[in-house]
Design a binder for this molecule. Structure first.
Ligand code: NAP
Length: 264
């Protein structure tokens, strides 16, 4: 089974309908998952990435704020870089168990150079502003998206946008960039207007927390993962859902359910 791909807006980038989220490959502090976990070792991470690739997943999501995730991907994706669409972020840092934020153009440029080094790549496919919730202030006053537009013009990144947290901010980000990452799951559809806007205007949409960070999978009754994917992929504005899993059985099951959902 090979997962189908969809366009990420008008960028020309094609992404598998499921992407692999890598918080759990790099960080085990300050996370809100329902169960504790151990960060996979290199052999386990290598196998997980190979499995994802075999299932047709070509999109991998990381961030400077995900602990050692970027550095690990730099090592693990060596020799297969051209087979992946890498999405990383700017603006959030995570050190000593604490998040801090810097959305200035200077920090944005520094962060991209650091991500290029850590990821051992010449170009990053997508970079999103890792919002702290003040989406509109970041966009209107801090110049982060403008700095990303310049980095795109310089050929350091292929596409950019924002991982937003508000409807107003998501709409504004979509207007001024290539696309957004928004939350949509069985417990929360507040950001749906942003996805509708993106569909109407040719912007890409990545879904984060599609399984509510794992919490929807604990609900009894009808298979919540299947139900989630049916809801998400019925919307043609959704480019891909980034699911954070380190469990190979979950990865296979999720891919099967996504493929079934998209067939209708
Ligand atoms: P998620 O994908 O909704 O949920 C991940 C959790 O669900 C993991 O604990 C995983 O555990 C569990 N899970 C996955 N498939 C399952 C299945 N079939 N059955 C039972 N449990 C299952 O949430 P997320 O990790 O918070 O978000 C996904 C990704 O989006 C992140 O990795 C990150 O890349 C991105 N993200 C971005 C932002 C931002 O930009 N602000 C914020 C949050 C997330 P197992 O490992 O055991 O499968």
């Amino acid at each position: 089974m090979v997962l189908p791909k969809r366009a990420f807006g008008s960028t020309g980038i094609e992404v598998s309908i499921l992407g692999l989220g890598t918080v759990k490959l790099g960080r085990d502090q300050g996370v809100k998952y329902p169960h504790g976990f151990a960060i996979p070792d290199d052999r386990q991470a290598t196998e997980l990435i190979a499995l994802a690739r075999d299932l047709g997943i070509n999109l991998i999501d990381t961030a400077p704020a995900y602990g050692i995730s970027e550095e690990r991907l730099g090592k693990l994706l060596q020799g297969q870089r051209d087979q992946w669409v890498i999405c990383s972020k700017v603006g959030e840092e995570f050190e000593n168990g604490q998040s801090s934020f810097d959305f200035t153009p200077e920090h944005t440029r520094f962060s991209i150079e650091r991500s290029l080094q850590r990821l051992r790549t010449e170009i990053i496919d997508m970079v999103l502003v890792h919002s702290d919730g003040n989406d509109e202030t970041i966009i209107r006053q801090l110049g982060t998206l403008d700095a990303l537009a310049e980095l795109k013009a310089q050929g350091k990144i292929r596409a950019f946008g924002m991982s937003s947290k508000t409807v107003a901010g998501g709409l504004l980000a979509a207007e001024k960039s290539d696309g957004v990452m928004v939350t949509w799951n069985l417990q929360c559809d507040a950001e749906l207007p942003v996805i509708d806007y993106c569909r109407a205007h040719g912007k890409g949409v990545l879904i984060k927390k599609a399984l509510a960070s794992g919490h929807v999978t604990l609900a009894p009754g009808e298979d919540p993962v299947q139900k989630t994917f049916e809801m998400l992929f019925k919307h043609s504005g959704v480019s891909s859902a980034i699911i954070g899993t380190i469990n190979p059985a979950h990865l296979i099951g999720n891919a099967e359910k996504a493929a079934r959902a998209i067939k209708g």
